[in-house]
Design a protein around this ligand. Sequence first.
Ligand code: ATP
Length: 238
Amino acid sequence: MSTPLLQVKGLHAQYGPTRVLHGIDFEVREGGITTILGANGAGKTTTLRAVCAMVRTQGEVWLGGERIDGKATEAIVRAGVAHVPDGRGTFMNLTVDENLRLGAYTRKDKEQVGEDRERLLQWFPRLRERLKQQAGTLSGGEQQMLAVSRALMLRPRLLLLDEPSFGLAPRIVQELFEIFGEINKSQRTSMLLVEQNAALALKLADHAYLLETGRVVISGSAESIRNDESIRRSYLGY
Ligand code: ATP
């Protein structure tokens, strides 16, 4: 086993008085892909928001041996965590290119920023065709590609993906997930993927956690969960 890049211990989260996460533990390996599965309202989105300090938390969050809980979201981004929220998170009034450049705002290595932009445009050629277009005019799939690209322009150590398949046509989802796999392999970008489409997520991920009302009820290798018919039937609905 390689060392975890992200290690979360006893994480609680709440919105005002409403407690949503009740002490969850999970990890993302260096270079790995972890998925968090669960029904609507289980706390998946909140888990990603908790890692980025966008919600009140208790517990420990470690990134590569450094404790990041208690830091501001901005500092967590600078530490190398990029978040693609549900609902995409692009700046609709800016062009595709402006969105991409904004993604790299914390970086000083301008030459490599240019190379990364080029690589992303090779992965997502549709964005190249639309560089000067306002993000708000893109299709849902293109907006998701832009949101992911913008996050990758940060050259993150860890990419947090919230329901990237949501609302997209199956063909686009397939394409997007293939590219996630390629990015993970070629750049060793670690990923924490929240998904309702369990079958899809378990194909991409190496490790999975199943959340139920803010608690981890099952965890294991993605392969073992994929092959466990009773878990699939009882929890994952396929
Ligand atoms: P979904 O797939 O529907 O987004 P989820 O597993 O991501 O589900 P969360 O969005 O994390 O679940 O929500 C977990 C619980 O927290 C739900 O009961 C939800 O109603 C509640 N919740 C989410 N956001 C807020 C908020 N801003 N204020 C109060 N409660 C919230």
